[in-house]
Design a protein around this ligand. Sequence first.
Ligand SMILES: Cc1cc2nc3c(=O)[nH]c(=O)nc-3n(C[C@H](O)[C@H](O)[C@H](O)COP(=O)(O)O)c2cc1C
Length: 392
Amino acid sequence: MRLKSLATIRWQERVLVLGWIEGKLLEKGLEDPRFFRRVVRRLAYLRAGGDPERVHEMALEALNKYVDIASGSHYVLGADLRVNIAGSSIMPFGTAAGLDKNCDALEPLSYMAGFQEVGTIIVNPRKGNDRPRVAVDEKAGDLYNAQGFPSKGLDYAARKLMSYREHGGNAFILASICGLPPGPDSIDVALDETRMLLKGLDLFVDGFVWNPFSPNTAALTLLRKPRVFRQYAQLVKEKAGGRPALVKMGPYEEKDRQQWIDLAGGWMEGGGDGLVGVNTYMVPKESVPSRNWGYPSAGRSGRFLRPYRQRAIRDARREFPDSLIIATGGIDSAEEAWQAFDAGANLLEGYTPYTFHGLGLLPQMTSGVKGILRANRLGLQEYQDSIKSHYS
Ligand SMILES: Cc1cc2nc3c(=O)[nH]c(=O)nc-3n(C[C@H](O)[C@H](O)[C@H](O)COP(=O)(O)O)c2cc1C
């Protein structure tokens, strides 16, 4: 009996010590991107058996478990970098869609990011493709995914959002949504699902992003027509009112520029406010650095997307000068962040870079951008206004 209780105490002590070490590692990893890369990330990959998706799930679990560490991180820095978005003054560095698909880490992320794009949320819970379905290219700084829209569904996300708001959470949250057409003759189903998503999330979010560009979700190609974009923009804007109604756009080659502008133009004509660029780039199976890749293709994200992101932001700012533009794709340094602002972005968001460098990248990038602005005697809002008026 005595032996047993001693063993229990030892076991409890061990759990406490391990928990303390885990917390300390997380704290240091959130402060220092180099430590995150060299220590925290490596340990996490060992523990997850090398599966990048499991590492990501563990990261969200840890952020919730050690929410007090996240809340003490003072990431949401300084008034001088804030910009005005639909009446809210926000720090323009956020998290991209996919990072918190099911609104599982709203509170910890709210202490670190200026805004969050949650989702993509779909109506019915869906497992997505079988694992492994995410691969990593360490050298290139890229991820490949063929997740196929896994989601815990609308009810789950709405409950999480409601609970966050009821507990006083006031982060700026954009909901990424998509109604899925089950087949070629069923665009109407997708439209109905989109209505349900808008209604179910309306009370809890600060704007919507309609996402018709998921890799490995072939049915979505049906939606990529200017006429359909116009129709969806009307629908989303009707619900959004004064809040932003955005569309997530994919990357494109030079030769497809006009087609891309026509699609985005459809969105703007329908009353949309702007866009998020860019989503992942579809590559064939042979390009994926994984021997057992079970899918014909994958969506590539990270550094590889930089030129595509820049092209999309420049084209969008020139064609739609007054629009709200969010840049994403390989933004992993203050210089990259500045490039995106300079091309005409209002806000920046990321996913892949945080998986390599941790969320400590956020304060590193914000202070770097502040330095660039200071050296040029500029304010960010003033700079964004001057780019807009250049094209207007
Ligand atoms: C594993 C993974 C899942 C993603 N899931 C979504 C998604 O559900 N909806 C969406 O609009 N974009 C999704 N994205 C794309 C990102 O939001 C972003 O557009 C893209 O990864 C480029 O940014 P990054 O280089 O900062 O990752 C996903 C990306 C990754 C890597």
